[in-house]
Design a protein around this ligand. Sequence first.
Ligand SMILES: Cc1cc2nc3c(=O)[nH]c(=O)nc-3n(C[C@H](O)[C@H](O)[C@H](O)COP(=O)(O)OP(=O)(O)OC[C@H]3O[C@@H](n4cnc5c(N)ncnc54)[C@H](O)[C@@H]3O)c2cc1C
Length: 501
Amino acid sequence: MIIDDQHYDVIIIGTGAGGGTLAHKLAPTGKKILLLERGEFQAKESSEVEDLELFKKEQYHAPEQWYDQNGEPFSPQTNYAVGGNTKTYSGVLMRLRERDFEEVQHQSGVSPAWELTYKDFEPYYTEAETLYQVHGKTGDDPTEPPHSTSYPFAEVTHESPIQEISHGLSKQGLHPAYLPLGLGDQGRTDSEDTGATPATNYPNVTLKTSAQVVCLHTNSSGSEIKAVQAQVGTQDYLFLGDIVVVACGAVNSAALLLRSANEKHPNGIANRSGLVGRNLMKQQLSVVIQLASSTNSGLFQRTIGINDFYWGDGDFPYPMGHVQNSGGILQDVLFAEAPPILSVFTRIMPGFGLRQLATRSIGWWLQTEDLPNPDNRVRLAGEKLHLDYQPSNVEAHDRLVYRWVDVLKAVEAAQPALFNRSTYPRSDMPIQVVAHQCGTCKFGEDPATSVLDLNCRAHEVENLYVVDSSFFPSSASVSPALTVIANALRVGDHLIQRLHG
Ligand SMILES: Cc1cc2nc3c(=O)[nH]c(=O)nc-3n(C[C@H](O)[C@H](O)[C@H](O)COP(=O)(O)OP(=O)(O)OC[C@H]3O[C@@H](n4cnc5c(N)ncnc54)[C@H](O)[C@@H]3O)c2cc1C
């Protein structure tokens, strides 16, 4: 084991939405900061998928296996690289709705209140939208919470087939809105280009890649993290720092704390509550495909979002969720899990190849809030990482899918020339799609019912913070990244005060 002879003020583990953003926030303090990232720099991909088969299969899966609750292995759809999952995300950067911070009755239970309100997060959402160059427009979506300032950049307009559909949806009395998108000169803004790399331009910030943290070591009383053990390439290192921030993503952060159990923390670091790894949420995600009469490029952005069913409707009084168009099917990474449904079309339209079908298809993502359930959890069995997971709000999600298919049928009936009405195959995202994972170290004021305090500091460990999607007490139905980013900026303010205190 090599002991790094430097002393760091802050060690941040992981450079995704949480860790990369926090590094950017803390870099100007001049404090000595070390970033440890298990992945490498990821080459910018061409926006077009050259090989649909590869896209469908393993390109976007981590080279490791996790196990479901029945012990079946799977390759998680998660990305180990500088920038984490923001290197493959779609860049849709939405705020949670104001009511998402409150207690809400759902079809299969209660979504708990956060112990901070939307107002507490609002300034950080604004800061996050500026940093990640969000292009958007307020005013179209009745569920959009109040913004203290408008988006820093104008909305991205729809590709023409999507524009036609947007008109059709408005005619049905719905409120299609422009999706807020993080976009810079190089395409989607991510936590490498926007967070980690600008941070390392400061001489006080060091980034080590291929540096997988395997264990946190506490002092003898267990009150502080004393050392961070990492495998850097093939060497084992110990790094010493005053403040340690875990930002490995909700599954891996919980796994690291559990794996680091010691005499003073027998059930895992900071786990007196028994909640580390529990309440894993990952939203119910499905895709529904619609077949257009004309071809499209297959390479456009997601631009349209619909929240008319977010809180329910006249027929169903419980929240159903959020709908957005998929990007062009040849570039939408999440779609990598779903192409089997294109084979439904190959049966209807013999003679059409997958690529031809993809460029005539319009995909719709449907997202429904997942409720916290202590039995849904990250669990270690020896070296094996298990996700024990049962979905919640299943009926609400089905309702959303049926409602949406009804909407598509109504739009198509009104614009028959645009579409080839036939069938609307649906694909539900399996366990390996952990894109919207959250909740495994929830924050709150009471150490008996939460892992982190409201500053995302572990209740039991004075210098340990978790700054990624782990802190979410509920998952909401909109995508999580902007809230992870905003929270990192919020915790960053707290840490700046602490570092200067
Ligand atoms: C295909 C896809 C599309 C998505 N699209 C959207 C979208 O459009 N909008 C949206 O809001 N969200 C989207 N998401 C979700 C979004 O990417 C995540 O919510 C966000 O990245 C979570 O940030 P995080 O900091 O919690 O974790 P991550 O971004 O996953 O970062 C965790 C980092 O920790 C590193 N790491 C893990 N373990 C270790 C270890 N032991 N030692 C050192 N480093 C470690 C990882 O390599 C990674 O860099 C998408 C996700 C996927 C996969």
